[in-house]
Design a protein around this ligand. Structure first.
Ligand code: NAP
Length: 251
């Protein structure tokens, strides 16, 4: 199959491209750095010619509330219209587990808007909803840091390795469109505070994590059901301990 990966130069897109090529597919990574911009529409019709499946793993350059909503709305409209015109048979998009349960987060609202466009469109689709990536630990720490103190809630997470996310997307590409969503998550649950504490220890970062149930995550107040799958989920294979072992660059 010809598979176009929009956002194919990013963290997930690069890993997904390698997996799909190994499965014998023709893979075309598309992003501004390869001449395809889904906001401007540049290069979109050309890259989609003859495509069977399109995977959308783009991300907004800005997480500011209005900017991220504008990005996913404009990107979704342009991409889905171009796919319909090109006769694409399956649109696979990467979203976030429970995005609609966290409306206080502008980023989550933007992902819900992206999902709504896909559901309302004419291209058969599969929405793969992942929990937070293990690779996001440093970014979570950065958003919650004040000096040497990082304040985070104890709310449950079930973070997943980017390699497991890519594997789930590669699997979804080879299935018929679900016209619905699939949740994917890591193999273990732990508090957000503990996740970041363990990450910082593994990378020899001396900053201290303070637990505060009222600390917000990208604007959202979390409880134990905010970020973890509440129904059936496909689980990744890579444990936190195994992933942390690969992060210890000082060893
Ligand atoms: N981080 C998490 O914990 C998490 C959890 C669940 C779901 N997700 C979702 O996972 C998705 C992918 O995340 P990621 O970490 O792989 O992202 P990433 O590494 O930041 O990559 C983003 C990709 O989007 C491309 N892009 C940006 N603007 C574009 C445009 N105008 N037109 C076409 N492509 C554009 C970038 O291209 P260039 O390289 O050319 O700039 C890059 O290839 C996101 O949608 C995010 O919401 C993330």
């Amino acid at each position: 199959m010809k598979i176009v990966i929009i956002g194919g130069t990013g963290l997930i897109g690069t890993k997904l491209g390698a997996l799909l090529r190994a499965d014998g597919h023709e893979v075309v990574p598309a992003s501004p750095s390869t001449g395809v911009d889904i906001i401007a529409g540049t290069g979109l019709a050309e890259v989609l010619t003859g495509a069977d499946v399109v995977v959308d793993v783009t991300n907004s350059p800005s997480f500011e509330e209005k900017a991220v909503l504008d990005f996913f709305r404009t990107a979704g409209r342009n991409l889905l219209a171009a796919e319909a015109a090109a006769g694409v048979r399956h649109h696979v998009v990467l979203s976030i587990v429970n995005a609609e349960r966290n409306p206080d987060s502008g980023y989550m609202r933007a992902k819900v808007a992206q999902e709504e466009l896909v559901k309302a469109g004419t291209v058969p689709y599969t929405i793969v909803r992942a929990t937070q990536f293990l690779e996001f630990a440093g970014a979570i720490a950065a958003t919650a840091a004040q000096g040497d103190t990082i304040t985070l809630p104890p709310a449950a997470m079930q973070p997943i390795a980017a390699d497991d996310v890519a594997a789930a997307l590669a699997w979804a590409v080879e299935q018929p469109p679900a016209d619905g969503s699939i949740d994917i998550a890591g193999p273990e649950k732990l508090g957000q505070d503990e996740f970041v504490r363990r990450y910082l220890a593994a990378v020899h970062d001396p900053r201290k994590v303070v637990t505060d149930p009222d600390a917000r995550y990208f604007g959202a107040l979390l409880d134990d059901s905010s970020l973890v799958p509440l129904g059936q989920a496909r689980l990744g294979r890579i444990s936190l301990a195994d992933w942390l072992a690969t992060q210890d660059t000082a060893a």
